[in-house]
Structures are given as structure tokens and as C-alpha cells.
Design a protein around this ligand. Structure first.
Ligand code: PLP
Length: 408
């Protein structure tokens, strides 16, 4: 423990982010520009958030229209835009009801509370345990860091919350035993792990998980904050595994395309404990957020948007496999699903992000020494080709740097 007095940082911001020394002034489509006019190809999209790219005309219009009409009213009144979005989301999914939030973590908070309250309403208040997986990420609230259990995110914040059980990704026996425990309330899983390094849960495992949960009266929660809303080429990532619908699902990120919106969707049965007064939010689902999300959802859910994602994702996958073959000393593995792409590297992933940025390409980091490509879903094949060329040049730099560091 240091006794040295803290320095006030020049930017007066809490130093919780490892920020790159670059600031953007404006964006359009898949491009971001600094004040000096330097152009970057954005294959990060605010970490899978700007699915429709920057300054999408339909969303700009929606913001302008709603700004002049109505920003905010309390949830103690009916909000027509909220009802409209709830109808759209539930029509398009397994769910019957929605609760709107301002972020992904809040959507997960609602999901966790909904699951525990369900068992409480069923006369089984002892069912409080939520099973999570290593490598998962569900946000930074107290509940969500405990649910994900990443040691570096929980350390220093006092005792771990009770009721969170960790299972190793892929350890089926441990998972079966945990689900069968009489205190288990729910299983929480990302159908494709994002921050964990773009790890997709195999379809048959998702189906097996669904069956096990049903058999033991345990609720299944999908965190589709990052992998949902078209990112994998299906509206929801779990749709790839037919017959593997959750009871509860968290969404956010692309739902507002950068406007802060999240949603917790649930079946009427799973949500039966969520009665008047048990949960709420000041801003969640306000007319402003809903007006933007309605337009974004309409674009994201179009069959042609999803078909486009599958097509460009196929191109990326094929090109990246080619790069892996040409740079086996740099690239270990290509993984993920759709446009949630992971590249597992030999060199340090943070260094690789800098080499990519030197090529004016923005990519995200990820667990297991991966970098993630999370471009706007509207990226064209020509733009994807440009991204591949930049990644190839970053691979060249990586090779040169690694040779310099350990010459033969
Ligand atoms: C899978 C997943 N869940 C939850 C969250 C938390 O979302 P937010 O940062 O909006 O709270 C994230 C954010 O990266 C995420 O990727």
C-alpha cells in the first residue's frame, strides 16, 4: 500500500482507462477522423456498439426529430416509444416482456434480479446461485463483476458477493453438477464470449445447456450485449443453435448505436416475480433513447442487413485464414462468429493494436492474447479488403519487431 500522495492527473479523469493517445472529432460510416483530419478505418465500432456505423442518416434524423419533441418523462407514465420497441423486440425473439436500461451492465443487473425473483415467487428463495464461466464479461457493476468472476476486476472491492459460482468454459461435468445443485437459480452465458477473446460456444453445447436447465428448473440467461443484434449474422447469436432459447436475455451496445440503451428481455414466466415496485430506472426507456433504438433496431433486424453480415464475415474469415497461413509466426488462431472476430496472436496483443493503429486501423483487444475485429455491420467488402491489407502490414511490423527482439 503506497503512502505517497496521489497526483492530480492533467485530464482530471479517474485513471481507470488505458487510453490511446488519439482523439476523434467526427465519424461517418466506418471512418473516424481526428481534428487534424487524419482518417482511420474503424474495425472496433466503439466495441461492437456502432453497428450501423457513424452518423447513420436515419439515426441522425431520429435524434433531431426527438430532440425537438420530447426527451424525458418518468416511467410512472406510459411511454409510447417504449411500448413500440418492446413489441418489436418481443415479436422478434423468444421473449414476452422487456425492461429498458441505459447500459449492458444494467440489463444484466435486471436479468440477475429477475432470475432470483422468479424462484422467490415460486417459493424457492434458496435458489440464488448464478453459474458463470471463466473468460466471461458482463459489465462493471458489483453484481456483474461477481457474476463474471474475473479476479482482476473483483480484487480490492471487498468480499465477493455470495451466490455466484464459476465453472471453467467447456468443463461439462462441473457444469452439470452445478446446475443440479438445489440452490442454483440460473446459468449466465455469452453465446459468443466477447472480451474473453471471441470464443463461440458450440451450438450443440448451447442446446445441451438449454435441456439441462429445463430439466433442473434452472433459468438460462444469455448475455447478448456484444454478440446480439446482428453481429454474428443472425439477429441474436443463439439463433445459430436452433432450439436453444433462453428464459432471459440482456442486450445493449448496438441497440442504441452509441446512444446509451440496454434491454432485459424475458418470458412472462421468467419475469413473473418482477411486479410493481421491485425494479426501476430513471432514464431507462425514456422517449429519447427509445426513438433512436426503434430506428436502429429496424435497420439491424432487416434480413438484408443480416445477410450482408454473413457475406462480409465469410470474406473476412477466408482472408484471415490466408494471413494466418502466411504469418504463422504472428497469428495462432482465427475465431469468433460473424463480425465478432478474434485473432489470437504470438506477439503481445496490445503491441499489435498499436501497430494496427499506425496503419490507421482501429481494432479492439481481447482475452487470451487476442485482438478483436468488430467493424460496423455495414462495412463493405472493399472496406473489409482495406482492413485486411492494414492487418497484413501490421503482421509485417510484428514479424520485424519479433525478429529484432530475438535475432536467430
Ligand atoms: C458481453 C457483455 N456484457 C455486458 C457488457 C457491459 O455493458 P456496458 O459496458 O454497457 O455496461 C459488455 C460490455 O462490453 C459486454 O461485452
Amino acid at each position: 500500500m503506497s503512502n505517497v500522495a496521489a497526483q492530480v492527473p492533467a485530464d482530471h479523469l479517474m485513471g481507470v482507462y488505458n487510453r490511446a493517445p488519439v482523439a476523434f472529432d467526427r465519424g461517418r460510416g466506418v471512418r473516424l477522423y481526428t481534428e487534424e483530419g487524419v482518417e482511420y478505418l474503424d474495425c472496433m465500432a466503439g466495441i461492437a456498439t456502432c453497428g450501423l456505423g457513424h452518423a447513420h442518416p436515419r439515426l441522425v434524423d431520429a435524434v433531431k426529430r426527438q430532440a425537438e419533441k420530447l426527451w424525458h418523462v418518468s416511467n410512472v407514465f406510459r411511454i409510447k416509444e417504449q411500448e413500440a420497441l418492446a413489441k418489436r423486440l418481443t415479436d422478434a425473439s423468444f421473449a414476452d416482456v422487456a425492461f429498458f436500461t441505459n447500459s449492458g451492465a444494467e440489463a444484466l443487473e435486471c436479468a440477475l434480479k429477475t432470475a432470483r425473483k422468479y424462484h422467490h415467487a415460486n417459493g424457492q428463495p434458496e435458489r440464488i446461485d448464478v453459474i458463470g464461466f471463466d473468460g466471461s464479461f458482463h459489465g462493471r457493476t458489483y453484481a456483474t463483476i461477481n457474476a463474471a468472476g474475473n479476479p482482476s476486476y473483483v480484487e480490492g472491492f471487498g468480499p465477493r458477493l455470495p451466490g455466484y459460482v464459476q465453472v471453467k468454459f467447456g468443463d461439462h461435468d462441473a457444469l452439470k453438477a452445478a446446475i443440479a445443485a438445489p440452490t442454483t437459480a440460473a446459468v449466465l452465458i455469452e453465446p459468443v464470449q466477447g472480451e474473453g477473446g471471441a470464443r463461440a460456444v458450440p451450438d450443440h453445447c448451447l442446446r445441451g445447456l438449454r435441456d439441462l436447465c429445463t430439466e433442473h428448473g434452472v433459468l438460462l440467461i444469455f448475455d447478448e450485449v456484444q454478440c446480439g443484434l446482428g453481429r454474428t449474422g443472425q439477429l441474436f447469436a443463439h439463433e445459430w443453435a436452433r432450439e436453444a432459447q433462453p428464459d432471459i436475455m440482456a442486450l445493449a451496445k448496438a441497440l442504441g448505436n452509441g446512444f446509451p440503451v440496454g434491454a432485459c428481455l424475458a418470458t412472462a414466466e421468467a419475469a413473473k416475480g418482477m411486479t410493481t415496485g421491485v425494479h426501476g430506472s430513471t432514464y431507462g426507456g425514456n422517449p429519447f433513447a427509445m426513438a433512436v433504438a426503434l430506428e436502429a433496431f429496424d435497420e439491424l433486424s432487416k434480413p438484408e442487413t443480416l445477410a450482408h453480415v454473413r457475406e462480409v464475415a465469410g470474406y473476412f474469415a477466408q482472408q484471415l485464414e490466408g494471413l494466418k497461413a502466411r504469418y504463422p509466426d504472428v497469428i495462432v488462431d482465427i475465431r469468433g462468429r460473424g463480425l465478432l472476430i478474434g485473432i489470437k496472436l504470438v506477439p503481445n496483443n496490445r503491441h499489435f493494436m498499436v501497430w494496427a493503429r499506425d496503419e490507421k486501423l482501429l481494432i479492439a483487444g481481447g482475452g487470451d492474447n487476442c485482438v478483436r475485429l468488430l467493424p460496423p455491420l455495414i462495412i463493405t467488402q472493399a472496406e473489409a479488403h482495406e482492413a485486411i491489407e492494414k492487418i497484413e502490414r501490421a503482421c509485417e511490423t510484428a514479424r520485424t519487431e519479433m525478429q529484432k527482439a530475438s535475432p536467430q
